[in-house]
Design a protein around this ligand. Sequence first.
Ligand SMILES: *Cc1c(COP(=O)(O)O)cnc(C)c1O
Length: 486
Amino acid sequence: MTETQDRLRNIPAVNEILEAQEVRGLIEQFGRQETIRALRVAIGHYRQELLRDKGGANAVHGEDALYRVIALLKRDLFSRLLYTLQPVINATGVVVHTNLGRSLLSSEAIAALASIGSSYTNLEIDLADGTRGKRGRRVEELLIDLTGAEDALIVNNNAAAVLLALDTFASGKEVIVSRGQLVEIGGSFRLPRIMAKGGAQLIEVGTTNRTFIEDYEEAIAENTALLMRVHPSNYRIAGFTHEVPLDQLVALGRQRDVPVLDDLGSGVLVSLPQEVNDDLAYEPMVQDSVRQGADIVTFSGDKLLGGPQCGLIVGKAEMIERMRRNNLMRAIRVSKLIYTSLQATLEAYVRGAAVEDLPTLRMLSQSQDALGQRAQAIANDLTGLVAARGQLNIGVKAVESRVGGGALPTVGLPSWALQVTTTPGCFFSVDDLSTALRCHEQPVVARVADDALLFDLRAVRPEEDRLLIDAIAAVSASLEDSKTKG
Ligand SMILES: *Cc1c(COP(=O)(O)O)cnc(C)c1O
């Protein structure tokens, strides 16, 4: 016990530790206040280590105590970086990757963010007469032009759009949905729950695989507020199936005076480029829903539309106006940053340049050949950098990318990946490499399959190729160093 107390007394003082060369570097990187705060925590952890070990063989002291505290300090400061939003290279091959932030913005959208974010703006003022103006009206008008709808409204995300529609039209009433369309979207969007939150009672009709117009017809009652169609974006029911087409649902709704709500999930404004896979044509277009007469159509801004996170609502003027006047709107409205970046995104559609200018659509349209050439060039460069160490086998492999964002789940996009495996004598595994790449100062997220690390190039921006090569070379070198020293 006295030995432990001895060691506790020997922990260097905060001021002393702050003088160490290495800690001065940390202060420069993380700031003095942050470093001191983390240092106090690190000293606390070191004390616990000593007490737990009762001053025994594992405890370190003197000079070693200083190194141990600094090691704990660094671990704490750097792990905090991992929880800070930072640019990550997406080598998963999933283009609209929800966990990696969905769509990348176009350069026009980024420029708009920089300009509007750094200045005051006419968000809610009519510059012509100086009176209070309507938030986001210009963007709504663009959306009206693009979709052919009577009116449009923009909210925080598509989940909020659905919630607003239910709260406005169906609170205390019934909403009819096919059993085949009761979706769960990753991250807790479950249709039955959203219904409950919107105060609506869900009336399920049909069966999981087959629903007919008669099923809806029989379920319509005095208290029916909406017929709802949900695009089963992230799953497919195949085999013995039947779904009611939207135009039939609309015809029934007209006849019985019940409006139709169409949740498209992703929704697209142009037919997706089909050079890579013709099945991309099957993602439903917003314009088609409007033309077929859906009263309200909702979709996401950051899925296949390729813009910022928001929910877009288009439809009949009178119904959109009721949603706009709902008090809930104040809680789910979007900021000037969203209006301006969404506007820049929509203008690419107006110019007819969406596939070229919006990164999401551009990535989906890249040919397998072009990706193969990049994969081979990267493999050649990387081989040059790592060959001498003899730890890694570098090659290329034909793979299939995914659209992601819960859209077109069964569609594969032929692509090429850089393939990295470890040699038999290597000190670390493919999993070690994968983890270290995620934690690297330029994080890279790749896919492990069959004992190989695959870097699908479809969602890697060409300007990131160099960063990817450098990250793999640096990480494999430092993994070897740490394993051989340890
Ligand atoms: C993705 C999706 C949602 C949720 O959209 P968010 O923009 O993520 O809120 C709702 N419904 C469907 C059918 C979807 O695919």
